[in-house]
Design a protein around this ligand. Structure first.
Ligand SMILES: [Zn+2]
Length: 280
């Protein structure tokens, strides 16, 4: 069994887009794609966790109802999609967790850091999540990329603490679910997400899932809402590199995701935890 997390955010949230929108009006449009995403999951009888940027629930509160009514899980992706390691964010974060709890009827038990920004300067976040009775985190990519990555981190789920974000610490309360990685051309690379789905050959991603399956480990996969509904995603004029990372092959993500959902079984994080008796 594998785990699917949908990072539910707007066109103006991705890290590489943010610097370019200072003078552009932020009209939300990607949120209107939620029904299409729910239909896709329903068609494949798949449950998923939606890591929602909190401010979107203030704009369109029925997102919450739609996620829950369909049996999916709601998780936290900060209120405004800020990196955890932004100077001074620590104080704000405790407040944001409580704000999100109010918006979601205290249903959120899982967290994903924007741009996988959980690292040694932001590991305080684990303490805050513990204090707020969170059950798990999924913000670790155990491979190095230009934007993020903790290449020495474990590949299978482990107990995480603020002093030990890469290795199992049996005193930890939170379970960390690292994202799927694989070896490609002799190098360890991430394979568990939308960007990799758009840029790597399908065979590489499928083999990564099969390898995890053989080791009896869940393949944790992320996809952004806007990757599944590119018709609601206005495209900005970014630098060549940033444009590639954000928009390359955007039109192919939906069909490739469908293929993965057809080939492998996925569920939500909370369902995976319950079904595997991970909380005792
Ligand atoms: Zn995000």
């Amino acid at each position: 069994m594998n785990i699917l997390g949908i990072d539910f955010e707007e066109w103006y949230h991705p890290e590489l887009v943010k610097p370019h929108i200072k003078n552009i009006k932020r009209n939300p449009s990607v949120i209107n794609g939620i029904d299409k995403i729910l239909d896709l999951l329903r068609k494949h009888e798949t449950l998923a966790t939606f890591f929602v940027v909190g401010e979107l629930l203030e704009i369109k509160p029925d997102i919450f109802d739609k996620i829950i009514e369909n049996g999916h899980e709601i998780g936290f992706h900060t209120m405004h999609h800020d990196r955890l390691d932004l100077p001074g964010f620590e104080k704000k974060f405790s407040f944001e967790v409580k704000e999100f709890a109010k918006l979601t009827n205290h249903k959120s038990q899982g967290f994903r850091a924007p741009t996988f920004s959980l690292n040694n300067t932001s590991s305080w976040a684990i303490d805050v999540l513990e204090e707020n009775n969170y059950m798990y985190d999924s913000s670790v990519v155990p491979a190095k990329t230009s934007l993020y990555g903790l290449p020495n981190a474990e590949h299978k789920p482990y107990k995480i603490t603020s002093n030990s974000i890469e290795k199992n610490d049996s005193s930890g309360k939170l379970i960390e679910f690292p994202l799927l990685v694989t070896t490609f051309l002799g190098k360890k690379i991430p394979a568990g997400g939308g960007f990799y789905l758009r840029t790597l050959p399908m065979k590489v991603i499928k083999n990564a899932f099969k390898n995890y399956q053989n080791k009896n480990m869940p393949g944790c996969f992320y996809i952004h809402s806007w990757e599944l509904t590119p018709e609601f995603m206005p495209k900005l004029d970014l630098s060549f590199k940033d444009k590639f990372a954000t928009y390359h092959n955007l039109g192919k993500a939906y069909s490739r995701m469908s293929e993965l959902l057809k080939s492998f079984k996925f569920t939500s994080f909370s369902r995976y935890i319950t079904e595997n008796n991970m909380i005792k």
